[in-house]
Design a protein around this ligand. Structure first.
Ligand code: SF4
Ligand code: SF4
Ligand code: FES
Length: 245
């Protein structure tokens, strides 16, 4: 059994340390993923290494990291598939905590700002939803909240804007596309949540481990919806007549 070399970012934010990559030798086993190598280091070489993970099955989203500078799930990234030296670091769009752990809690704060499901008034029960209407937003429910899409987004990462980011646009889009929902979130996204800063580069959908077509199926439709709601006089008149926001 040969060894592989893996460089892992080490820094304790609370001790005011400067961060750096530290190289470790790890025994290679056929089929191993990056999380196996990181866990080997944390179990047998340096137990002070902080790493977050739960399912090891690409379901919980907690092992999100930057592997060779690309946001990926450690438990889904095979060592065999990586070219050159392996560098593993924390997601850099979020405040750093320690080693491979970032503080992603801002996402839960943003999530609370998106208006929740608001059913149309006077709907007879039981509520009936037709399958084609459900299928449209079904894709967004596959989100595992890994926040890799937030991490890769250059607007979220580099600019001091109000943009809430791709994960949260798909949440708003899934509610806006709900056939029984009564409110419009796209105008809020455009006017208060920075949707206009997104320049549809599609980097977010490229890194999504659930292959959600974030830009094509959520961001672009929400941009179009907002443009209609704000600038189309006929749609504005209809919405006014129907008493919609
Ligand atoms: S498409 Fe928009 S949300 Fe996605 S990464 Fe690019 S700028 Fe960010
Ligand atoms: S949309 Fe995809 S990349 Fe973004 S948080 Fe959900 S699963 Fe992760
Ligand atoms: S450990 Fe759950 S997604 Fe990787």
């Amino acid at each position: 059994m040969s060894d592989i070399k893996i460089s892992i970012y080490r820094r304790d934010h609370h001790k005011g340390e400067m961060g750096s990559f530290v190289e470790y030798n790890v025994p290679y086993e056929h089929g191993m993923v990056v999380l196996d190598a990181v866990n080997y280091v944390s179990k047998y070489i340096d137990t002070s290494l902080s790493v977050r993970w739960n399912c090891k099955a690409a379901r919980c989203g907690s092992c999100a990291a930057e592997i060779n500078n690309v946001p990926r799930l450690m438990c889904k990234t095979k060592i065999d598939g990586l070219v050159g030296k392996i560098h593993v670091g924390p997601m850099r769009a979020f405040p750093h905590v320690k080693d491979l752990v970032s503080d992603v809690s801002i996402n839960y704060e943003i999530d609370r700002k998106i208006p929740k499901f608001t059913p149309k008034r006077g709907l007879a029960k039981p509520w009936i939803v037709h399958e084609p209407d459900v299928l449209r937003s079904q894709e967004f429910r596959k989100c595992i909240e890994c926040f890799l899409c937030q991490d890769v987004c250059h607007v979220v990462r580099n600019h001091d804007t109000t943009y809430i980011g791709p994960r949260h646009v798909i949440k708003a889009a899934s509610l806006d596309m709900h056939p029984l929902d009564s409110i419009d979130r796209s105008t809020l996204l455009k006017e208060k949540m920075g949707l206009g800063y997104c320049n549809v580069t599609k980097c977010c959908q490229d890194v999504c481990p659930e292959h959600i077509r974030i830009t094509d199926n959520a961001i672009i439709p929400e941009k179009e919806r907002a443009a209609d709601a704000i600038y189309d006089p006929i749609i504005r008149a209809i919405r006014k007549l129907r008493g919609m926001k």
